[in-house]
Design a binder for this molecule. Structure first.
Ligand SMILES: Cc1cc2nc3c(=O)[nH]c(=O)nc-3n(C[C@H](O)[C@H](O)[C@H](O)COP(=O)(O)O)c2cc1C
Length: 291
C-alpha cells in the first residue's frame, strides 16, 4: 500500500529543497514544491525527509515514528565493521522458539531496504508450525529424490537436457553435484535437516511482480532481517536448496499458501544459535578495478 502525503501550505516556505531532492523529478510546473498526486511519484518520501519546515505531511500514522534518526550517530565505522564481519550463517539452533513479536520486528525492519523504483513488492510468509514444516520437508525430500534419480541416471540426464534451464544443465554435467545430491539424501535419511537446519522459524520472501527488481529487493530484505536478527541474539541462514525447489513445485506453493504466480526469491532460517563463533573469519581479498 503506497504512503500518501500532502503539503501543508501554511508551513511551506517554498525553499525548493523537496524539488531538488525528488528522485522522480515530480513537480507541478512553475511550482515550488513536489506534486503529491502525480502518478509518477514513487512515494520514496525524500521530499518529506529533507523538508526543513515539516511542511510535507503524511495522511496516515507514521509507522516509523518509534525510530530515532539521531541514534544512527551511535554507530561507528569500527563497531559496524566488526558487527558485519562477525555475522555467520548459522546451521545449528537451540530448540527455543522465537516470539511472534520478534519476527514481526524483523519483518518491519526489512522494509527499510533500498528497492528498485521504491516498489517494495516483496511479501513475507513465516513458517513456524511443526506440522507444516514436516509437510514441506516431506515434499522437498520427494523433489530431491527425483532430482537424484535424474542426475544419477545417464539416460535420463540426456533426455532431460533440452527441457531444463541453463543452471540445471550445469548441474546435470557436474559430478560434484551428483555426489552432493547423494550425500544430501543420506543426511535426510539420518534425520538431518539440510533444508532448514532444524530452525524454529523460516521467513520466505516472495513476490508476484516481475519488475523492476523483485529478486534483488527480496535478497536485500532478507539481509536486513539477518542483521537485525543478529542484534537480537538470533542466528540466520539463507537457504537456496528450499528456495529453488519452492519455485518449481506447485505442491510446495500450495502447502505454503502461495499463489502459482508467486516467485520465491529468498528463504531465511532463524533461531537462537546452538554454536558460538569465537572469532571473525577472513574473507577472500578483492582486487579493485580502479578506472
Ligand atoms: C543466496 C545464498 C544462498 C545460500 N544457500 C544456502 C543453503 O542452501 N544452505 C546453507 O546451509 N547455506 C546457504 N547459504 C550460506 C552460505 O553457504 C554461506 O553464506 C557461506 O558459506 C559463507 O558463510 P558465512 O555466511 O557464515 O560467512 C547461502 C547463502 C546465500 C547468500
Amino acid at each position: 500500500m503506497s504512503i500518501e502525503f500532502y503539503i501543508d501550505h501554511e508551513s511551506c516556505i517554498s525553499c525548493g529543497k523537496c524539488i531538488k531532492e525528488c528522485g522522480m523529478h515530480v513537480q507541478i510546473q512553475n511550482c515550488s514544491h513536489v506534486e503529491p498526486d502525480n502518478p509518477e511519484c514513487s512515494r520514496c518520501l525524500h521530499c518529506y525527509t529533507v523538508c526543513p519546515d515539516n511542511a510535507i505531511r503524511l495522511k496516515a500514522a507514521d509507522s516509523s515514528a518509534g525510530l530515532d534518526p539521531q541514534l544512527m550517530h551511535a554507530i561507528t565505522d569500527e563497531n559496524l565493521s566488526s558487527f558485519l564481519a562477525y555475522r555467520r550463517s548459522i546451521r545449528s539452533y537451540q530448540k527455543r522458539s522465537i516470539e511472534d513479536g520478534i519476527l514481526e520486528k524483523l519483518i518491519d525492519m526489512a522494509r527499510y531496504i533500498p528497492s528498485g523504483g521504491n516498489a517494495h513488492s516483496y511479501e513475507f510468509t513465516v513458517l513456524k508450525s511443526d506440522v507444516t514444516q514436516k509437510r514441506i520437508k516431506e515434499e522437498l525430500h520427494k523433489i530431491y529424490k527425483f532430482r537424484d534419480q535424474l542426475l544419477n541416471n545417464p539416460v535420463l540426464r540426456n533426455v532431460a537436457k533440452p527441457f531444463v534451464n541453463k543452471q540445471m544443465r550445469e548441474f546435470l554435467k557436474s559430478k560434484t553435484y551428483r555426489s552432493r545430491m547423494k550425500e544430501l539424501l543420506s543426511r535426510i535419511s539420518e534425520g538431518d535437516d539440510p533444508f532448514f537446519h532444524h530452525s524454529p522459524a523460516i521467513i520466505i520472501i516472495h513476490s508476484k511482480d516481475q519488475i523492476p527488481t523483485p529478486k534483488e529487493d527480496a535478497i536485500l530484505a532478507g539481509y536486513n532481517i539477518c542483521l537485525v536478527a543478529q542484534t537480537l541474539g538470533l542466528g540466520t541462514c539463507f537457504v537456496t536448496l528450499a528456495q529453488n525447489a519452492f519455485n518449481s513445485s506447485r505442491k510446495c506453493k500450495e502447502i505454503l499458501n502461495l499463489a502459482e504466480e508467486d516467485n520465491v526469491y529468498a528463504v531465511v532460517t532463524l533461531g537462537y544459535p546452538a554454536v558460538h563463533h569465537l572469532r571473525i573469519a577472513p574473507k577472500p581479498a578483492k582486487q579493485i578495478n580502479w578506472i
